[in-house]
Design a protein. Structure first.
Length: 280
């Protein structure tokens, strides 16, 4: 009788131990949560577990200490992409993403200064230097592991939308690159707010194409950019809070009128900033 009771207690203890181990394993290696649309220009906000290693199509991508990470899609992305999550020596999770394509508008803009459509040779060196400056700032965003973006996003300004993400641009009758931002038509001097909390990575008052330009890093490779500004009120290295004043609308650079061109990028993929507003 005593032996039977001991056996029963032993089995109960064993089952409890197995349950405990299983529960701890699930807490440590929980399934990845994904928020956002799998669509061209879309942004996914993901949460895995602390210490996870994340790969997108075989390339390692930034992840915060608590397991938060982002995946963004370019204007014309591959239709199938794969996220792989690794943990410890044995855990592996694979997520297949199926990205939906979009149709884009054609936007014709006339009356632009010809030198801003086809720059003369004497300004090309300046343009190349500015492109390198912008790329360096955006690339540095991958080193910001603090997930500032978890605080959500707001529109940097409210006004009529005069240009949308992805539209094919025809400037002075010439086919040019697609537009990668949202244009908000507002008068010079109108306040521009930080769309999200983050660190100022670039603050330039007079770039050839984009005029007064700001770039904010929000963590894990995500940045937002603010173009054609007349006044910049922050400096590189500043940490700004979502909704705080960072500058004023202008008509600087290549433009036919005052407006804010608001853009977003993740790891050299130009994403649609409107999708950021779904994450709050």
């Amino acid at each position: 009788m005593i032996k039977n009771n001991f056996y029963i207690v032993q089995q109960i203890f064993y089952l409890f131990f197995c349950f405990l181990i299983f529960n701890v394993y699930n807490q440590v290696y929980s399934k990845t949560l994904i928020e956002g649309e799998q669509i061209a220009g879309g942004v996914l906000f993901c949460k895995s577990f602390a210490g996870a290693a994340i790969y997108l199509d075989g390339k390692k991508i930034p992840v915060s200490k608590n397991g938060s990470f982002i995946v963004g899609f370019h204007r014309d992305p591959k239709s199938i992409q794969t996220i792989k999550i690794l943990g410890g020596s044995s855990y592996e999770e694979e997520i297949i993403l199926k990205i939906e394509n979009r149709k884009y508008k054609i936007q014709r803009i006339d009356g632009i200064e010809p030198s801003k459509v086809n720059p003369p040779e004497e300004v090309l060196e300046r343009i190349y230097k500015e492109i390198k400056l912008i790329k360096k700032a955006r690339n540095s965003s991958g080193s910001i592991l603090e997930p500032y973006y978890e605080e959500g996003f707001v529109s940097p300004a409210e006004g009529p939308i005069s240009g949308v993400y992805g539209s094919q641009r025809i400037l002075n009758g010439e086919v040019k690159r697609p537009h990668y931002g949202i244009d908000i038509a507002l008068p010079v001097g109108h306040p521009v707010l930080a769309a999200g909390t983050g660190k100022i990575l670039l603050a330039e008052e007079d770039l050839y194409f984009s005029g007064g330009t700001l770039i904010i890093g929000h963590g894990q490779g995500l940045t937002t950019s603010y173009l054609h500004m007349s006044k910049i009120l922050v400096e590189v290295g500043d940490v700004v809070i979502k909704g705080s004043l960072i500058g004023e609308v202008g008509a600087t650079g290549r433009t036919t009128g005052s407006h804010l061109d608001w853009r977003a990028e993740w790891m050299n993929r130009r994403v649609d900033p409107s999708f950021l507003l779904n994450f709050n």
